[in-house]
Ligand binder design. Structure first.
Ligand code: PLP
Length: 477
């Protein structure tokens, strides 16, 4: 593709994306594709001769788009938001355009130094403690961030020897029933062993981790000869946005000298607003590592997770290996950061460009507006739910997620759950909106996660009307 051809098709693609975003609200939110539909529409064999670009957008529209669920739709309320935005898309395009592989400082100094700067900018925007400045890195996902934290913690718990000896020691990891599944996966990847993942009790109402039970479990494990490696506390759990008491958990970690990782994948970015700074409670005093995702609620296209370390030495001890073919003067001088040592893979994208683009476009003010809109709309929805006696909401909705259930007259819990799931399925199949669900104490709850940049009161109100309509139909049908 010559630069001239690139220019022509590039403009077509930008126009296509702009049209897509402009008209997204008129599409059914959830894809109606059945398993195999998209596969069947695609040619079984690749072309022998190059086909040019002209047919691609037409095939995209005809064969691929029916299988796309529209995450940027204003009535997408499933899971958590996965914000995209113009500046993020353009920043990502620039990254693709440069085609830089920033594994080390020496392979493109700007890829490293821009990342260091935007990580610091973000730390400042969120008012994170000073110990994290200069110690931030962009990971592909929170799952990777948690794995890097765990490997660093294991390295430290193992006495800092490179390639920790896991054979003569039993290392333990502490999570709760509400912790994201990526921690259990990280334990598997790291070879911690399922039996050594200890599940701490949660408060029955708030679903927050119980620090006293954590303390008891750690003491028990130490007495049995295990080495506690890491505790993961969550600020804003995936299921219901419960908030673990980080300061009290941190006290327990300090007493037992255990690494505390705080996972605030969804909610951490809310700290751009002063009224949400409480999400940082305990970080300065206790957290060895902290992660949050601009790619959920902060207008930055997937993938972009920020991970900060209070002390980068254990991570470097755990992850840095310098083969001869990567040896270079900048690395050996010790004056530069080589982010390959701050992550699992060697290679890395120039992700800092999109975060840079987002922060510069919106400014702190624009980012705060976005978070406040999501939180305000969640308040509006929660007020509607609370005013309707046919529903029961979770006691709290600190961010943009509201969890609630319809109260079905005369049904057992099991029947009620089936009825609620039936409503969810019909709503999603209608294409009018997309919700997800969770389960708390045996009850299925609907989750409405608000936070798409184009969502406003009208969409929330319309969603609420559709939910009530469908439930009325379910109750009579
Ligand atoms: C979404 C989420 C994760 C996983 O995020 P990815 O970036 O998709 O890996 C981890 N922890 C919490 C609390 C989450 O909400």
């Amino acid at each position: 593709m010559t630069p001239e051809e690139f220019r022509r098709h590039g403009k077509q693609v930008i126009d296509w994306i702009a049209d897509y975003h402009e008209s997204i609200a008129s599409r059914p939110v959830m894809s109606r594709a059945e398993p195999g539909d998209v596969l069947a529409a695609l040619p079984e064999h690749p072309p022998e001769k190059g086909e040019g670009f002209d047919g691609l957008l037409a095939d995209l529209e005809r064969d691929v788009m029916p299988g796309v669920t529209h995450w940027q739709h204003p009535a997408f309320f499933g899971y958590f938001p996965s914000n995209a935005s113009g500046p993020a898309i353009l920043g990502d395009l620039l990254s693709s355009g440069l085609g830089v592989q920033g594994m080390m400082w020496a392979t493109s100094p700007a890829a490293t130094e821009l990342e260091t700067r935007v990580a610091d900018w973000t730390a400042e925007l969120l008012d994170l403690p000073a110990k994290f400045r200069g110690n931030g890195v962009i990971q592909d996902s929170a799952s990777s961030a948690c794995l890097v934290a765990l490997l660093s913690a294991l390295h430290r718990a193992g006495g800092g020897a490179p390639g920790r000896d896991g054979i003569d020691r039993r290392y333990t990891l502490y999570i709760s029933s509400q912790t994201h599944s990526s921690l259990e996966k990280a334990a598997r990847v790291a070879g911690v062993g399922a039996n050594n993942v200890r599940v701490v009790d949660v408060d029955p109402v708030t679903l927050a981790m119980d620090p006293a039970h954590l303390d008891a479990l750690i003491s028990e494990d130490v007495a049995a000869g295990a080495t506690p490696a890491m505790v993961c506390a969550t600020v804003g759990t995936t299921s219901t946005t419960a908030v673990d008491p980080v300061p009290a958990i941190g006290e327990v970690c300090r007493r037992h000298d255990v690494w505390l990782h705080v996972d605030a994948a969804y909610a951490g970015v809310a700290a751009v607003c002063p009224e949400f700074r409480w999400v940082n409670d305990g970080l300065a005093e206790y957290a060895a590592s902290y992660s949050t995702n601009p790619h959920k609620w902060l207008l930055t296209n997937f993938d972009c997770t920020l991970l900060w370390m209070a002390d980068r030495a254990p991570m470097l001890g755990a992850l840095s290996i310098l083969p001869e073919y990567l040896r270079n003067q900048a690395t050996t001088s010790g004056e530069v950061i080589d982010y390959r040592d701050w992550q699992i893979p060697l290679g890395r994208r120039f992700r800092a460009l999109k975060l840079w683009s987002v922060i510069r476009w919106y400014g702190a003010e624009g980012l705060r507006d976005h978070i406040r809109t999501g939180a305000r709309l969640a308040d509006e929805l929660a007020a509607l739910i609370d005013a309707d006696p046919r529903f029961e909401a979770r006691p709290d909705h600190p961010f943009g997620l509201v969890c609630f259930r319809p109260l079905w007259d005369g049904l057992t819990t099991e029947e009620a759950n089936a009825a609620t799931l039936g409503v969810l399925q019909r709503l999603n199949a209608s294409g009018d909106l997309l919700l997800s669900h969770t389960k708390v104490h045996g009850h299925v709850l609907l989750r409405v996660a608000i936070g798409a940049p184009t969502t406003d009161s009208r969409h929330v109100l319309a969603a609420w009307e559709r939910i009530r309509e469908e439930i009325a139909a379910g109750a009579t049908g």
